[in-house]
Design a protein around this ligand. Sequence first.
Ligand code: SF4
Length: 354
Amino acid sequence: MAYYQPEVAPGLPPLSARRPLINEYFLSAYTMSVYNGCELGCPYCDSWVYQERPLNETIAIPVDLPQRLAAVLPNIDRGDLIAISALSDPYQPAEQTYRITRQVLQLFADQGQPCLVMTKSPLVLEDRALLQKINERSLAIVVTTLLTLDQHLATRIEGRAPSPQLRLELIAELKRAGIPVGVAIVPVMPYINDSNLNLRRVLHACAGAGADFVVWDYLHIPNERHRHRINILLSQLGSYPPRYYRDIYRDQATVNSIYRHDRDRELWLRCNELGIAPRAPHRMFAGKLSPRNEAALLLRHAAFSDRMQGRERLFNLHCDLAEAVYRGHFRAVDLRQSPLYPTIGPLLGLSTTA
Ligand code: SF4
């Protein structure tokens, strides 16, 4: 049991600054977290790095967050999505007592603010009516994390989190409630959950549960203390080659490009086989975000697909166009170079005739 510390932080911004690029995984222009600290304390989580105190021991309860958020929400464009996805789980045990996340969703529902909630906990189902209400006015997506179906492994890498089976049931329950749901295989961890077999099983289960899409990203090791934490985790899990991560990380914070491309392609191919979208599908956000955000996401998602198919020139073009469109500095002549122009041109109010 963690220690809960109610806090007020007048003047502390409740949201991140508007992102310089739209987040292609979570469709977001802004990010926020609710609680400061996370009782689930998954050892791989890089939030450990950003806390002064042990991540899972003291949970700061931002009792004035709803007031701070209410003050800034009128200035946020309703076409910009806010993702509650940073640094802590918004439905960790503290939510049962304090209901700060519920108050945040109530504000979003009142304003019709598009949002995405990332959680491992079925507690989110207690707010399904609020999520449905947001979806009636704009867009509310839930994303849950799923790293493995192996209960033995799950216990060792995220033992305080709800089991994989509970999360699969959560996906199915959200779908029954008509709420869009995605799965984040985040993080994919070399030697731990990155085998073809494990990833295929996870994708298969996601498709079976009815998830609308999956996304994935790789273990982040921002500093030496976290590297040490990961080394301990690995030593507890089994015997690994000495300096196992040296080739994959080369003492950097992220995996090298060869490893990333290899795993990306494996996941992308299996998604195609199973008919599950490897990014949020257009039908989910069409007309729900600002036209610029919608077009920027289409371009980013096309860029990912281009890269997976070896179309480097189109990949670079679509990345550049996505950035320009999101920032509002695009030129029609550049957009016309993209095969997506017949879709994104009209979205942006441009003519489709030459
Ligand atoms: S639940 Fe999420 S935020 Fe909390 S410790 Fe685990 S990975 Fe980190």
